[in-house]
Design a protein around this ligand. Structure first.
Ligand code: PCA
Length: 328
């Protein structure tokens, strides 16, 4: 008993020493996230951070900051690029205004299921990696949101019913969708939507069941139409100068953790799809597929948006679509 006790305290003392020396050398990587801590992307990022902290023996400690609390969503990429923070997460299609390629995942009705979104990601990844690399950014992993549908506070049967509605958008594609359907777009970060809906600044949006659920959207809205328009991705980027200054051993740990996170995040996104739609229903919302007339009008609008995107993204965009189509 005494021996065991002594041994235990020796182990504890040794552990503390290791812990202390690791802590003394630890490099803290603050990691801004745009979405709330309860969102599955943020949960995955926190796990990724823990994996890196453990795997590097505490040499790199990743600390996540959800809800845009450290850096606002729209500023995260610039903050990582300029080295204000070493690492961060952002919605990839949020950068469409810089380069149309970033909007590859928000082309309406191109990839409408998780399997298709996976193939489209495979087709687009080399272009995205290269575009980011040219901006001093190293891609670590990317995870899709669940399929995007339309939220309203009244029944909608056709595009004509949408006219004049104040619409929350989150990237160029969603702004364009509003314009083409006669709605009035206002760009609002997910972290701020509860307030924007509660105060009537906006009254409609396109998003996943996940975001509506996380933001308790049933407090302001009544209808969710499953349109499955696209599955946009969040991605994790690290500043390339920081990355190049990281030891090969630690880079390997980070790559391993990133692979696990992409897998776990994608799995969560799939699980969360049904769970959050049930949550919207439990909150009192009507959740159903868009009616045939509405769906076909949206397909026409989607075709216009697809040709707009192909024109903006040029040969590189066409090559992504061609390589995706070849996988079907
Ligand atoms: N939620 C994010 C992006 C896509 C989604 O499902 C948002 O609404 O901002």
């Amino acid at each position: 008993m005494t021996i065991n006790k002594n041994m235990a305290s020796m182990v504890l003392a040794a552990g503390l020493c290791v812990g202390m020396s690791a802590a003394a050398k630890a490099e803290v990587w603050d990691m801004p996230l745009a979405y709330s801590g309860s969102n599955f992307h943020s949960v995955t990022a926190a796990e990724f951070g823990q994996c890196v902290t453990t795997g590097t023996g505490g040499a790199i400690e990743i600390v996540t900051h959800p809800s845009g609390s450290l850096i606002k969503g729209a500023d995260i990429k610039r903050a990582v690029q300029t080295g204000q923070v070493p690492i961060g997460e952002r919605l990839l299609s949020g950068h469409q205004n810089e380069n149309a390629i970033f909007g590859y995942d928000s082309v309406p009705f191109l990839a409408t299921s998780f399997d298709d979104a996976d193939n489209l990601w495979k087709a687009a990844k080399p272009s995205i990696e290269k575009t980011l690399a040219d901006q001093n950014l190293t891609l670590l992993y990317a995870v899709p949101w669940p399929p995007q549908g339309l939220y309203f506070k009244k029944e909608i049967n056709s595009v004509a019913d949408m006219k004049g509605i104040k619409f929350r958008s989150y990237n160029n594609t969603t702004t364009r969708l509003a314009e083409l359907t006669g709605m009035l777009p206002v760009v609002i970060e997910a972290a701020e939507i509860s307030q924007a809906f509660a105060t009537g600044v906006v009254e409609s949006m396109v998003s996943s069941g996940a975001t509506g659920y996380d933001r308790k959207i049933w407090e302001s809205l009544t209808h969710f139409y499953e349109v499955d328009a696209w599955l946009p991705r969040n991605y994790i980027m690290v500043n390339s100068s920081v990355w190049n200054g990281t030891s090969e051993a630690n880079q390997n740990v980070i790559r391993g953790c990133a692979e696990l996170a992409e897998y776990a995040g994608t799995w969560r996104s799939k699980e969360y799809t049904g769970f959050t739609l049930a949550g919207l229903r439990a909150g009192g919302m009507t959740v159903e597929p868009a009616g045939d007339a509405l769906q076909s009008e949206l397909k026409d609008i989607g075709a216009t948006m697809t040709s707009d995107w192909l024109e903006a993204a040029g040969a590189e965009g066409q090559a992504i679509v061609d390589s995706f189509n070849a996988m079907q």
